[in-house]
Design a binder for this molecule. Structure first.
Ligand code: G
Ligand code: MN
Length: 310
């Protein structure tokens, strides 16, 4: 994943900015010598406009956004699926659809490398629709167990847009009623009338809502009270806690979440020790490398067959 990093590098920005500045200085000097009154102001103005334009194009963030928009059109993005397991029955009860960007030069990267930079842009809404369409195509072709749900990450800006409900319904198609929309706790979603109506409309169609990355933001308890979440996903960083504190913390979160009528999912479970702690902490569901890594559709097909036959 590190290989995606050069997209963020600022080296090109510095080189181009220096080159543009030097060329403009030369142009300006030349025009001052030949015709100091008429040509110089025009050249200077054109130069400033060009510098701003080129500067904008090569800024790391802007470059990343441009590259992602082009990548989406060129089919560089794909979706992988990670199992979510019931802690009581040990059976898979759903999958999370996760976005991957296969950049032709820098390799494959997960959302951690680019989502933050795309936050608040229309492109992120377009990427959510892409994930839903892909999941729709892939999962309707699978022997996909009827009770499995499909989790998809959404962004706050999209949720607050007029077209959110239509976007979700049109892109998800027949998988709509199996959908769990994951909204990260760190996103600043406002409980405006439009958001409330949108969520109510989706709930009427059996779409469920999950609070993602619980414990990493500031407004945990406000969010829990304001939105009727069906699931709360505890961030994997809490699995790194030592000794009794870890199991005490998980028990308290489970008790709190259960009072809100939601289920607790712990994500990032990587080994037997972490799995064992969950068993005695009232946790409902779990996700992580210990149960299954994010997998392509073909692998998911084999996984689904194995789940049906066990
Ligand atoms: O926050 P969210 O649930 O959207 O994050 C899921 C991300 O976490 C995915 O990109 C996935 O690849 C990664 N992931 C899934 N399982 C594990 C795990 O067991 N350990 C770690 N470190 N990361 C994981
Ligand atoms: Mn998620």
């Amino acid at each position: 994943m590190r290989r995606l990093q050069p997209v963020f590098d600022g080296h090109l920005e510095v080189v181009v900015t220096v080159a543009v500045t030097l060329s403009l200085a030369c142009l300006l000097a030349a025009s001052l010598i030949t015709s100091p009154y008429a040509v110089a102001p025009v050249v200077a103005l054109l130069g400033c406009a060009a510098a701003v334009h080129v500067g904008h194009l090569v800024r790391p963030k802007a470059r990343l956004r441009r590259a992602a928009a082009i990548g989406l059109r060129r089919g560089e993005f794909h979706v992988v699926y990670q199992p979510i397991v019931d802690m009581r029955t040990r059976h898979c009860v759903g999958v999370e659809a996760l976005l991957r960007w296969g950049h032709p030069k820098f390799g494959v990267g997960g959302p951690g490398l680019f989502i933050g930079e795309l936050e608040g842009t229309r492109l992120l809404s377009a990427l959510t629709c892409f994930v839903l369409r892909e999941a729709n195509i892939a999962l309707t072709q699978l022997p996909f167990p009827q009770h499995w749900h499909i989790s998809v990450n959404i962004c706050a800006r999209h949720l607050m847009e007029d077209r959110f409900v239509d976007d979700i319904c049109e892109s998800a198609g027949p998988i709509l009623e199996r959908l769990v929309l994951e909204l990260t706790e760190r996103s600043c979603v406002e409980r405006t009338p439009r958001v409330v109506t949108a969520l109510a409309q989706l709930k009427q169609r059996d779409v469920r809502l999950s609070l993602d990355d619980f414990g990493t933001g500031f407004s945990n308890f406000d969010l829990l009270a304001d939105f009727r979440f069906d699931y709360v996903k505890v961030d994997r960083r809490f699995l790194a806690m030592r000794g009794e504190a870890r199991s005490q913390f998980l028990k308290s979160v489970a008790a709190l979440v259960h009072t809100h009528g939601a289920k607790v999912v712990v994500e990032g479970v990587e080994n037997a020790a972490e799995h064992d702690v969950l068993q005695h902490s009232g946790i409902d569901l779990a996700q992580g490398y210990w149960f299954g890594k994010p997998m392509a559709v073909d692998q998911l097909r084999a996984f689904a067959w194995a789940s049906i036959n066990t």
